[in-house]
Design a protein around this ligand. Structure first.
Ligand SMILES: [Zn+2]
Length: 562
């Protein structure tokens, strides 16, 4: 399942469109639309355009995948650099086409046939691009790559050996308190060593993004960031109200859980390195290696639903996953897809901890949704906007709860308890990451010092139990530097918490009616991204997290489950 071998058999027809071919394809489609008023002709041209976009995205996603599989390999780095360099050119062509479709007389007919959501998404896209920011976009990619590489290549001294930050992860959850503490000390020493480079990279990113927003005639990066995130049915004011609700409803509950579980574990002081193991005593880890976990996953999915089973078989048999942890491989986990082949791909870094199972359930949720939506009429609908996409992944983490005995044996209930506790502690953290970014982009000229202070302010508000002990770097406000999204995908984080609120509703409903809930889940996955967040959530019979009372219900259910 090593990436290189895995990508051999199904990537053979993923082609590398030359700049000339791309320009010509767009010109040809554009020529078909000149002076055209017949909706049929527009619909046909749309099909051709959609095909070009699928070709581009298949190549782009494959390039990104290979680069993250080995950030040190020159050939992959070159391809990634070429992608970064060429993306603004592609975006310019694509944006111009979106503008034509948005302005078309045939639009009402096309909206009937394709759905209005594609037009809403294109509307957001055309507001986020202009040739005047093309060079800035290349620079932005370069800076985010610098962040990825700085952390992917970090070697941490720990327990007499050298570890990547990814490989260190398992020790952060070790049952032995001193081991966890030492692992955190090693990890944060690595960040402290890189602090200045991280600060400088972020400082340049913030100023660059703020500058792009202004060049596009927007007041701040926040406005641009929301559009880049395709938020077509809610804005910063909705999110700010929601954050207040989290502070009011979730934060006290989470604080109470930290105190309660800390006392139960006999801790007089719950330190940062204790939080990851609060819900479990001893080592709760999958009882087999990578291949074993994957085999159990196939069984679990087959037991849940034939569609899920068929999907897991397909993914494994076609080797559409790379979960090995290797030096030079980028950190984290994600799901990508190849629209010309109608298949997803799962990327992860297994380290032998229980997080491997949860990560796999999560990424399989994304992959399953993508697979379920593969026949959608527009590439725009293959995946929904991020906050909705995270519902599919996070809900599957909970819907697979009854299958956890396969992975953890008698420790399955400890796994579930820890999972729920982790969700409650994550929620305020996720909101803190979001609020922090709103502060950062509202004050783009703040100094790195001031940014670290902003983060501390967020911790006081959302994570009041936080105790870093002798971890100097996070104690001084440096924790946010490990959060990849803050550098690479601005404003992508509140999404996890919005999705969590919806995923927990699926969990709550499955407790009383598993069959109907699974059915609703499969239906939601099949809708892909054909509608905006609120509409998709409501169509699955869930409450939109912005609505009053949504959080209280979830807390009530969680309280009885502990
Ligand atoms: Zn996800």
């Amino acid at each position: 399942m090593h990436g290189e071998r895995a990508t051999m058999n199904w990537t053979s027809d993923i082609v590398f469109p030359s700049d000339g071919d791309l320009t010509e394809s767009y010109a040809r489609i554009g020529a078909r639309l000149d002076g055209e008023s017949d909706a049929r002709a527009w619909r046909d041209a749309f099909g051709a355009w959609d095909g070009v976009r699928r070709t581009w995205h298949s190549w782009a996603n494959l390039t990104r995948l290979r680069y993250t599989q080995d950030t040190r390999r020159e050939e992959f780095r070159d391809a990634q650099r070429a992608l970064d360099r060429r993306t603004p050119g592609y975006t310019a062509l694509d944006t111009a086409m979106k503008q034509r479709f948005l302005a078309s007389d045939a639009r009402p007919v096309l909206e009937d046939e394709l759905g209005a959501q594609a037009f809403a998404l294109w509307g957001a896209d055309v507001a986020t691009f202009d040739a005047v920011i093309a060079d800035d976009l290349v620079r932005e990619s370069k800076l985010t790559r610098a962040y990825t590489e700085l952390l992917a290549t970090a070697e941490v001294d720990f327990a007499g050996g050298k570890f990547s930050l990814g490989a260190l992860g398992v020790y952060l959850q070790d049952p032995d308190r001193e081991t966890r503490h030492a692992a955190e000390r090693a990890r944060w020493a690595a960040f402290a060593e890189r602090r200045e480079r991280l600060d400088a990279t972020f400082d340049e990113l913030v100023k660059l993004r703020d500058g792009m927003a202004r060049k596009l005639g927007l007041a701040s990066y926040t406005e641009l960031g929301y559009r880049r995130m395709h938020r077509v049915d809610y804005g910063p004011a909705d999110v700010a109200r929601y954050r207040d609700e989290v502070a009011r409803v979730i934060v006290p509950f989470a604080h109470e859980l930290v105190r309660g579980f800390g006392a139960h574990a006999g801790l007089d002081r719950v330190c940062f390195w204790d939080e990851s193991t609060l819900g479990v005593a001893g080592r709760v880890a999958p009882r087999g290696d990578r291949a074993w976990i994957v085999a159990r996953t196939r069984e679990a999915f087959a037991a849940m639903d034939p569609k899920l089973g068929e999907f897991a078989d397909m993914l494994v048999e076609r080797e559409l996953l790379d979960v090995d942890n290797r030096p030079g491989k980028a950190l984290g986990a994600y799901c990508t897809s190849f629209p010309t082949r109608s298949v997803p791909f799962v990327f992860a870094n297994f380290n032998g901890s229980r997080a491997d199972v949860r990560t796999l359930m999560h990424e399989f949720g994304h992959a399953f949704q993508n697979w379920s939506s593969r026949d959608k009429v527009a590439i725009d609908y293959l995946t929904p906007t991020y906050e909705t996409a995270e519902i599919h992944s996070m809900a599957l983490e909970y819907l697979t709860w009854p299958e956890m005995e396969r992975f953890f044996g008698d420790d399955a209930s400890a796994y579930r308890r820890e999972h729920l506790l982790d969700a409650m502690l994550f929620w305020p953290y996720g909101v803190a990451v979001d609020h922090f970014q709103h502060l950062v982009y509202a004050h783009p000229s703040a100094s790195p010092e001031e940014r670290h202070e902003m983060w501390r302010e967020m911790e006081r508000r959302y994570l009041p139990w936080r105790d870093y002990g002798d971890l100097a770097h996070p104690a001084a406000g440096g924790l946010w530097q490990e959060k990849r999204h803050i550098f690479v995908a601005p404003f992508y984080y509140i999404d996890y918490t919005l999705a969590l609120c919806c995923a927990l509703q699926f969990w709550q409903r499955a407790e009383s009616d598993r069959e109907a809930t699974l059915d609703a889940y499969l239906k939601l996955c099949a809708r892909g991204g054909e509608a905006p967040f609120r509409e998709l959530v409501r169509s699955a019979g869930l409450r939109v997290p912005f609505e009053a009372g949504a959080l209280e219900d979830v807390v009530k259910a969680a309280r009885t489950a502990f």
